[in-house]
Design a protein around this ligand. Sequence first.
Ligand SMILES: N[C@@H](CCC(=O)N[C@@H](CS)C(=O)NCC(=O)O)C(=O)O
Length: 214
Amino acid sequence: MPLTLFASPGSSSFAPHVVLQEIGKPFELALITHHGPGAGTHKPEFQNMNPKGRVPVLTDGKFVLTESAAILIHLASQNQEAGLMPVGSDGLVRAVEWFNWLSSAVHAVAVRMVWRADFFSDDPATHPAIVSKGHEHLAHAHALIEQRLQDRDFAVGNAYSIVDPYLLVYFRWGNRMKLDMARRFPSWTAHARRLEARLAVQRALAAEKVSLWG
Ligand SMILES: N[C@@H](CCC(=O)N[C@@H](CS)C(=O)NCC(=O)O)C(=O)O
């Protein structure tokens, strides 16, 4: 059975998808939906594989790996020749520093409050306040990312690594939220354009039929 990435277009699985495209070895992309009625992530066969009911999932025969950060580190370390591991003596810990913060405070809290207020409360009357607070958390996180990307081409060690496509996911989500990322975050936008020039990113965007800009 080939290496398979279970992914949903434009979701956090976009980052490992880009990395698989960078590596260039054969893989299968299993695109499913992750929200709405009949979502692929809610189907029993998917939940048997990943009881968390989330994408991405990477499988290789009986090997099943969940969590974007773990999949990204696994792909980079198993394919050293692709040069996607963060460089420098503290490259890996800097990557983990990015991954932990982005996947917890930014994704699981701020982004989810904006897009999935129902996850935090069953009372629709509370949802506008949750969304508004989520935007507040997100604005703070976005400002920090912009600051970190000032005067550097890439997130870690100033060389392209597995952290960069993961940051690109959050940039795209900002545009999906109509936050006018290009005007508000010039350094992050330059980073996104630098990534968009890469063939692997173009291939992943085309395969998922999504754009970075809206
Ligand atoms: N911590 C996980 C989060 C994954 C996650 O939340 N994925 C979303 C798409 S971006 C999902 O599958 N959501 C389905 C659901 O909430 O039912 C990771 O970083 O991989």
